[in-house]
Design a protein around this ligand. Structure first.
Ligand code: NAI
Ligand code: MG
Length: 358
């Protein structure tokens, strides 16, 4: 298996180094792995004047999977939009056709005190959000800002985007979501706004059509505003959620905080052939970058997802996840999850501890 390693900016290189340590430990133990590193984001701009250099894209295309850190930083905020680090990330997702974004929100029992919600509301939490990643209002045409006649006379600027899903786009993400629900609690909640949006009406119809192929899965439907409320009120009612790009963007960020820290949450972005890009859901954390303070567990857990979804090696995925559980149970904590009575460790110490637990 060949992995394209794209550390990116800010804490990216620090956290990716810890995941690479874990992968190297697996290799020393017999795993057949090849890793090659390339710049993306601000690092791509610095190296080649492009947030997604051609050589990086080529490497990512050739590899079986991509491991990414994070991109972005204040030093790049004044660049023209096409040169910004974040554009590199959006482009690589689109170029690799990574349409299904899997974001598990899982609470480790020892971290219940770090969650934003009361322990009794979140203990045992284990949700999977499947977010469509390459369609919706982010990509639909037409889009733009134009001057148009104003209803009150004269003219004014209008801004517009188009919420658009084709039936095939909905169908392919539906199959991924039903497949995942089959392996979990066999409950899938499709989140949309079909009461007011035609785009959502089609989404819901296609979900119902696809559900015929998965009679074992119980499909339910929820409007997105209610889903936002229910995630905070009683998150454990959910098993697997499937939703569009913008609703999923918002709901998955909200769900992430139920787990205690953004530094704990991994993600997978998959194409139709289970090729994937694996990355923590957080950004480059410029406020703590370069100080060996970041929590590397989201990135290490992203490597576990790589084993689960792209390499289809569930034993190794479990092994990495169990090693993370063990260091948490041992009381090791980076600053973001530290609470009284636990032992504060650095980013690299946490990586070493996971390798030892492995
Ligand atoms: P952020 O996720 O980088 O940071 C938010 C807060 O969480 C900060 O206080 C940070 O210190 C903390 N944090 C994040 N990851 C952590 C970790 N592993 N361990 C401990 N603490 C952690 O989001 P922010 O500040 O909004 O954005 C910073 C930069 O990252 C921006 O340039 C933004 O565009 C970019 N970004 C990149 C993403 C990506 O590469 N996937 C996603 C989100 C933001
Ligand atoms: Mg987001």
């Amino acid at each position: 298996m060949k992995i394209a390693v794209l550390p990116g900016d800010g804490i990216g290189p620090e956290i990716v180094a810890q995941a690479v340590k874990v992968l190297e430990a697996l290799r020393a133990d017999g795993a057949k792995l090849e890793m090659e590193t390339a710049p993306i984001g601000g690092a791509g701009y610095d190296a080649a004047g492009d947030p997604l250099p051609e050589a990086t894209l080529t490497l990512a295309r050739e590899a079986d999977a991509v491991l990414l850190g994070a991109v972005g930083g204040p030093q790049y905020d004044t660049l023209d939009r096409p040169l910004r680090p974040e554009r590199g990330l959006l482009r690589i997702r689109k170029e690799l056709n990574l349409f299904a974004n899997l974001r598990p929100a899982l609470l480790y029992p020892e971290l219940a005190g770090a969650s934003s919600l009361k322990p009794e509301v979140v203990s045992g939490l284990d949700i999977m959000i499947v977010r469509e990643l390459t369609g919706d209002v982010y990509f639909g045409q037409p889009r733009g800002i134009e001057v148009r006649p104003s209803p009150t006379g004269g003219s004014e600027r209008v801004g517009f985007n188009t919420m658009l899903y084709s039936e095939s786009e909905v169908r392919r993400v539906a199959h991924v979501a039903f497949g995942i629900a089959m392996k979990r609690g066999r409950k899938l909640c499709s989140v949309e706004k079909a009461n007011v949006l035609e785009c959502s009406e089609l989404w819901k119809e296609v979900m119902i059509e696809v559900s015929k192929d998965y009679p074992e899965v119980e499909l339910s439907h929820m409007y997105v505003d209610n889903a936002a409320m229910q995630l905070i009120r009683a998150p454990k009612q959910f098993d697997t959620i499937v939703t569009g790009n913008i609703f999923g963007d918002i709901l998955s960020d909200a769900a992430s905080m139920l787990s205690g820290s953004i530094g704990m949450l991994p993600s997978a972005s998959l194409d139709a052939h289970d090729k994937g890009m694996y990355e923590p859901i957080h950004g480059s954390a410029p406020d703590i970058a370069g100080r060996n303070l970041a929590n590397p567990l989201a990135t290490i857990l992203s490597a576990a997802m790589m084993y689960r979804y792209t390499f289809a090696d569930l034993a190794t995925a479990d092994r990495i996840e169990n090693a993370v559980k063990k260091v948490i149970a041992q009381g090791l904590r980076t600053g973001d999850i530290w609470t009284e009575g636990t032992r504060k460790v650095s980013c690299s110490e946490m990586g070493d501890a996971v390798v030892a637990a492995l």
